[in-house]
Design a protein around this ligand. Structure first.
Ligand code: XIL
Length: 329
């Protein structure tokens, strides 16, 4: 029997995958990829507020617990995504006033982080607090109720519940928008100066083939200067484009060719290399893939367009992208 070495065995930092525990439970081939290739696990949806707190007055940990148990059974690091995110929330949360929101957030974060204390290594405490473009804080229900205070409250509450957990701010598009990157770095530096417990920055890296790799490199270099942990938290790489809104896909490429697959492999290699070169070893929290098969990619459903953004094809076979990424490690 030939020994199988996965990405996790050749990478000088953790390699993660985002999964749905329901898909994983019913799919041996998917499970084999996860346990062979990845050393870190993120739940795509089951640890989000809209999943755990879907119904008012009761928290549902069933699927989140199964996911954490799977990570533990396979010796993987569990990463928590995400405590505070505006997307998809039930109305009972979005309609709260300042006092109501403060009470809800405090209790929710305290309960969830305490529930997983010692078992979840790190959390995306806040996700997508900035506007899609421009660097203003997003007018989420949390912001509308509390102004920017909700951010500090979230970090302080999470830290009190699990002082060992690494706490991240996570966002997208900072490599496509200098104003947004500036705003993110400014916020993080300000929080560190005022003693807010934040330990890392998450870059979603939902990348497009047209993105400028020189800018991506610069972005990571600037973030590395903060000294914080840097997590590439949601890597995928599309050929088509979208306007960042659900259903906003523009389908320019309708099928894969060997040339396109090779270009994607090159780009994955470059991205892995940029991370390794720009992030000093102690700051490397790792690279996590957001879905890792074209069959399961969120892109197709969310943006209502075809695409091939991941390392494995529709039949769960490794693509040139897999070898490319591996070369870059
Ligand atoms: C996405 C999931 O992949 C989808 O299944 C879900 O319908 C919506 O959320 N940025 C994030 C992730 O931080 O939580 C999102 O995940 C993708 C964009």
């Amino acid at each position: 029997r030939k020994a199988v070495t996965g990405l996790k065995d050749v990478a000088p930092f953790p390699i993660g995958g985002a999964v749905s525990i329901r898909k994983l439970a019913g799919d041996t081939a998917l499970r084999a990829i996860v346990t062979t290739e990845f050393s870190s696990l993120t739940s795509t949806n089951d640890m989000k507020m809209y999943s755990i707190a879907a119904r008012e007055g009761q928290l549902d940990f069933a699927r989140a617990d199964s996911t954490v148990a799977f990570a533990e059974a396979n010796g993987m690091r569990m990463f928590g995504h995400a405590l505070v995110w505006h997307y998809g929330l039930p109305e009972y949360i979005t309609s709260k006033d300042r006092a109501g929101m403060e009470a809800f957030l405090t209790e929710y974060i305290d309960t969830v982080v305490t529930h997983f204390r010692g078992r979840v290594d790190g959390w995306d405490v806040v996700n997508e607090v900035f506007d899609t473009r421009g660097g203003e804080l997003r007018a989420t229900p949390f912001y509308t109720a509390m102004g920017e205070d909700y951010i500090e409250l979230a970090f302080r509450t999470a830290h009190a519940a699990d002082p060992q957990a690494k706490l991240f701010i996570n966002d997208f598009g900072t490599e496509r928008d200098t104003s947004k990157l500036n705003a993110l770095v400014d916020l993080v530096v300000r929080m560190r100066q005022t003693g807010v417990p934040i330990h890392g920055i998450g870059f979603q890296w939902h990348q497009q083939m047209r993105d400028d790799t020189a800018v991506i490199r610069q972005t990571l270099r600037r973030a590395a200067a903060t000294g914080l942990l840097l997590h590439i938290s949601e890597l995928d790489l599309i050929f088509n484009t979208h306007n960042d809104a659900a259903g906003g896909g523009v389908e320019e490429i309708s099928r894969m060719t060997p040339e396109l697959l090779a270009a994607q492999a090159d780009r994955y290699e470059t991205l892995a290399r940029i991370y390794r070169q720009e992030v000093p070893a102690p700051q490397r929290y790792g690279i996590t893939f957001w879905d890792f098969t074209d069959r399961d990619t969120w892109i197709r459903g969310f943006f209502d367009m075809n695409d091939w953004p991941t390392l494995y094809d529709d039949d769960l076979q490794p693509k040139p992208a897999y070898d490319g990424f591996r070369r870059g490690l």
